[in-house]
Design a binder for this molecule. Structure first.
Ligand code: SAH
Length: 277
């Protein structure tokens, strides 16, 4: 796979760009892992984020109805268009994924450009409803992947954990060594599988809830009650007493999603007032 890749890159005079996190897959086994995790169905429409030279695109397209392959780099787009000009079920879209809407699709697959991992996750989970995707298979840097399926009270538990677990169920899958990519990244990667929750939790205003989470997690090591009092400016004694019942003596990073939702529900009037996007 490496030989073919190097030949293509040379032919199109492409030098892997660091600032676009270009690390191309060169390991057959990893390719089969990703396909296995995706479990493609012949009727599926699959969105691929960051198609690169189309290594994954090609394998997925053989097994599904349609692949929508988004790529930002115009040189790679040119390569993809020529490579797949005979493949009527591959649609190549030249775009910054962060600037377009997640199109209607069944599944998402991506070897995620790691410099924008957080933004991509945030976008796909928030747009799950409008897009309708029901499975996402994402290859991420291991450290980052761990944050998505982290449990309360661990050091990986953070704002992006809450955001992801609010909307989806995340399962860790295979760990991938750096040498599976060219050029090799510095660290290991991991495939994760995300599925939207059947019944996601409900809060009155999601933007405001996530705004509260963001504020609280800027001081995640501190006692939750104190941070809620000081950072959200909750002064009212009855409200504070109620919140103390919910959070006890816990620190911010020890709060479960359910506890965070309860806190929001108790002080949403105040949070809603403070926050105008
Ligand atoms: N899927 C390919 C390439 C992975 S590297 C493979 O596995 O070999 C990540 C890819 O994402 C690169 O091709 C890079 O150009 C692309 N990319 C980076 N930022 C992007 C963005 N904002 N929108 C769309 N694609 C992006």
């Amino acid at each position: 796979m490496l030989k073919r890749l190097l030949k293509e890159l040379e032919e199109y005079r492409i030098k892997p760009k660091k600032h676009l996190s270009q690390h191309f897959l060169i390991d057959k086994k990893v390719l089969t892992w990703i396909i296995e995790a995706l479990n493609p169905h012949i009727n599926d429409i699959v969105l691929e984020i960051g198609a690169g030279t189309g290594i994954l695109t090609e394998e997925v397209a053989k097994r599904v109805r349609k692949v929508i392959a988004v790529e930002i780099d115009s040189k790679l787009v040119k390569l993809l268009r020529e490579k797949f000009k005979q493949n009527s079920n591959i649609e190549i879209v030249e775009a910054d994924i962060l600037k377009i809407k997640i199109p209607p699709c069944d599944k998402i697959v991506s070897n995620v450009p790691y410099h924008i991992s957080s933004q991509i996750i945030e976008k796909i989970v928030k747009e799950q409803k409008s897009s309708g995707w029901n499975k996402a298979v994402l290859t991420l840097q291991l450290e980052f992947a761990r944050r998505l399926y982290a449990k309360p009270g661990t050091k990986e538990y953070s704002r992006i954990t809450i955001l992801t677990q609010y909307y989806t169920i995340v399962k860790p899958y295979r760990v991938i060594p750096p040498r599976a990519f060219y050029p090799s990244p510095e660290v290991k990667s991991q495939i994760v599988i995300m599925k939207p929750k059947n019944t996601p939790p409900k809060v009155e205003d999601e933007d405001k809830f996530f705004h509260m989470v963001k504020i609280l997690f800027t001081q995640k090591r501190k006692k939750a009650l104190k941070v809620i009092r000081d950072k959200l400016g909750i002064r009212d004694h009855t409200t504070l007493a109620k919140i103390a019942e919910i959070v006890g003596n816990l620190r911010v990073y020890q709060l479960s999603l359910e506890q965070l939702i309860k806190v929001y529900n108790y002080c949403k009037e105040i949070i809603n007032q403070q926050y105008s996007p």
